[in-house]
Design a protein around this ligand. Structure first.
Ligand SMILES: Cc1cc2nc3c(=O)[nH]c(=O)nc-3n(C[C@H](O)[C@H](O)[C@H](O)COP(=O)(O)OP(=O)(O)OC[C@H]3O[C@@H](n4cnc5c(N)ncnc54)[C@H](O)[C@@H]3O)c2cc1C
Length: 299
């Protein structure tokens, strides 16, 4: 039995593993994606993580993982599907039927992309990762849907590859931070399309156009590709009925990561928190491990 079973190896999970190593606790980090390091791995440039200005997101994730490994964390590839409280701690049941047991669990499964729920949205080729798929749209015309940090970051990234980037947002102003908004405004081949509500993505296997309404007028633009960045949803299906979630599905907990289920802690983007970033996820991982350590000492 492990002292701590950590679900997810993004910044929160890997930081919890680093702190477990320092606290001489045995930790098993369970991750559904092969060698995954969470959402940050698909970002080409991270400018706000202290001390590592401009680092590539994949490299940052690798650094976290290497540090956790160096400090003794064990890794397991598997998707946690169920949690059962036992007399000794917790049983984690994985999708393939395997079971791991720990005195405590730290749940750091993060969030997933919110899908574009419009006609054609399911059958057309909509990308949710500009860094992964941008290369296929060199010198082409693309649309980015969304108005937050991720959407504007994606538009800037794609503007270096594509001929034109339509940035389609349903409100009349962007939600993204001012620095990103300034860079977008200064980029000639990004064309903001404001107050536009997407109705349909047209085309065959590949997207060929986007139909939207703007001031009650129906319009269409021809594009070669559509990228979507309209927010995220918490990966908490496995916790339904296990601990309390808020109305959007995030795990209810304070900075200490203590949930309503004894011995099950939470950290990172999946927690009710005002800011979802690498630094807050990492801090959360440290706090949750500290709570788990105190809990184990009192067992
Ligand atoms: C495109 C993009 C750009 C970003 N840019 C920045 C930036 O510049 N600066 C910044 O600070 N933040 C940025 N962020 C936000 C940052 O990536 C997140 O806040 C951070 O990764 C959250 O870490 P986490 O560990 O909580 O969750 P995640 O990074 O989401 O990691 C969760 C991990 O859990 C795994 N998992 C999920 N369910 C299960 C399961 N059932 N069983 C096992 N494993 C599971 C997932 O595969 C994943 O690896 C960006 C995010 C995106 C999407």
């Amino acid at each position: 039995m492990y002292d701590v079973i950590i679900i997810g190896s993004g910044p929160a999970g890997l930081t919890a593993a680093i702190y477990a190593g320092r606290a001489m606790l045995s930790a098993l980090v369970c991750e559904k994606d092969y060698m995954g390091t969470g959402q940050i791995s698909v970002t080409d440039r991270v400018e706000n993580y202290p001390g590592l200005y401009g680092i590539n997101g994949y490299d940052l994730g690798e650094k976290f993982r290497e540090q956790a490994e160096t400090l003794g964390a064990e890794f397991y590839e598997g998707e946690a599907e169920n949690f059962e409280k036992t007399a000794e701690g917790w049983k984690v049941i994985f999708k393939d039927g395997s079971v791991k047991e720990g005195k405590t669990v730290i749940y750091t499964a993060g969030t997933s992309y919110r899908h574009l729920d419009v006609a054609g949205g399911e059958k057309q080729r909509i990308s949710y990762c500009a860094v992964c798929d941008g290369f296929f749209y060199k010198d082409k015309v693309v649309a980015v849907v969304g108005g937050g940090d991720t959407a504007l970051g994606d538009a800037l990234y794609l503007s270096k590859l594509a001929k034109t980037v339509y940035l389609i947002h349903r409100r009349d102003e962007f939600r993204a931070n001012k620095a990103l908004q300034k860079r977008v405004a200064e980029t000639d081949n990004i064309v903001p399309v404001m107050s536009a509500v997407i109705k349909e993505v047209t085309g065959g296997e590949n997207a060929e156009g986007v139909t939207y309404t703007q001031n009650d007028e129906k319009k269409n633009i021809a594009v070669d590709g559509v990228f979507c960045a309209i927010g995220s949803v918490p990966n908490t299906q496995a916790l339904e009925g296990v601990c309390e979630l808020d109305e959007s599905g995030y795990v209810k907990a304070g900075e200490d990561g203590i949930t309503t289920a004894k011995g099950l802690f939470v950290a990172g983007d999946v927690r009710t928190t005002p800011l979802r970033q690498v630094i807050t996820a990492a801090a959360d991982g440290a706090n949750a491990l500290s709570s788990a350590e105190k809990y184990i000492m009192e067992l």
